[in-house]
Design a binder for this molecule. Structure first.
Ligand code: GLN
Length: 264
């Protein structure tokens, strides 16, 4: 078995260690003898490469990089990405990437950047004077059917631990929130929502990076993409995640959240 991981603009969109998401997917596949290739999806990439991708990863970026990306990600490339995600190709998008998958992003300075409009959400930066949303974030996954899948996989409520650092505030339209904030700001610091979930695309403000800190999300993405590609109902072998579990426990302790009944 083989999976092709498409990595959106690796040089422009990988702030706060988001490349760790790609490495995490790669290693968790290799440990199970699943071959992996990593395909950069950037300015040099031809449209056909988008069509052969099994999982898509997009990281964070600062406003300036987002503008460069959006100048490139339009026309047939935007269409190819949209078709992939609409058809259910699993993906994980952090911070700047979800802002670009929405209708638009208004940066701290300069013009509104038009997004792909795939996710029914908008994002606005209230200006350079505004406080950024920075800190550890903990949220419970509520989006269906992801929450149910993970509950079955883990036997407990799926709890995500991450780190956020964004100026932009995201407001959801009809798209489902990925989760409900327990600690931190989430989408906008006001309505308690975090991220978005559409088809099999996970959009979040959580860096960390996200997947090494929450390995069950990596496994969900791998399992989904294998099921889609090979049309079989396979289950992944379990991996030893002692280090990740210890890191999660220690973070919950630091945040005084050890009483939460959730998967660690
Ligand atoms: N430019 C965006 C913001 O500040 C995204 C930042 C990021 O991706 N970490 O809101």
């Amino acid at each position: 078995m083989e999976l092709r991981i498409g990595w959106l603009y690796p040089n422009l969109m990988s702030t706060y260690g988001d490349r760790g998401n790609v490495i995490c997917l790669q290693r968790r596949c290799q440990w199970r003898n699943i071959d992996v290739s990593i395909v950069p999806l950037d300015r040099q990439t031809v449209v056909e490469s988008f069509e052969r991708i099994d999982i898509i990863v997009g990281g964070g970026a600062q406003d300036r990089q987002q503008e460069i990306v959006m100048r490139d990600l339009k026309g047939s490339k935007a269409e190819a990405l949209r078709t992939k995600l609409e058809s259910g190709t699993p993906g994980v998008f952090t911070c700047g990437s979800p802002q670009l998958l929405g209708h638009y992003y208004e940066p701290a300075l300069g013009q509104r950047i038009k997004g792909l409009g795939l996710l029914d959400l908008v994002s606005k930066h209230p200006g350079i004077e505004a406080q950024r949303c920075i800190g550890n974030v903990v949220f419970e996954i509520t989006a269906s059917p992801l929450a149910e899948d993970l509950q079955t996989m883990l036997g407990e409520k799926p709890l995500v631990i991450g780190f956020e650092n964004h100026g932009g505030r995201t407001y959801l339209g009809k798209v489902a929130a990925l989760g409900k904030v327990i600690q931190g700001y989430g989408n906008n610091g006001e309505d308690g929502t975090e991220g978005a979930f559409y088809r099999n695309a996970i959009a979040t403000y959580a860096h960390g990076p996200l997947l090494p800190k929450n390995p069950f999300l990596a496994d969900w993405l791998i399992q989904k993409s294998l099921q889609q590609k090979y049309r079989t109902d396979l289950t992944l072998t379990k991996l030893k995640d002692d280090l990740a579990v210890a890191a999660r426990k220690s973070m919950l302790q630091r945040l005084d959240l050890t009483n939460l009944k959730a998967a660690v």
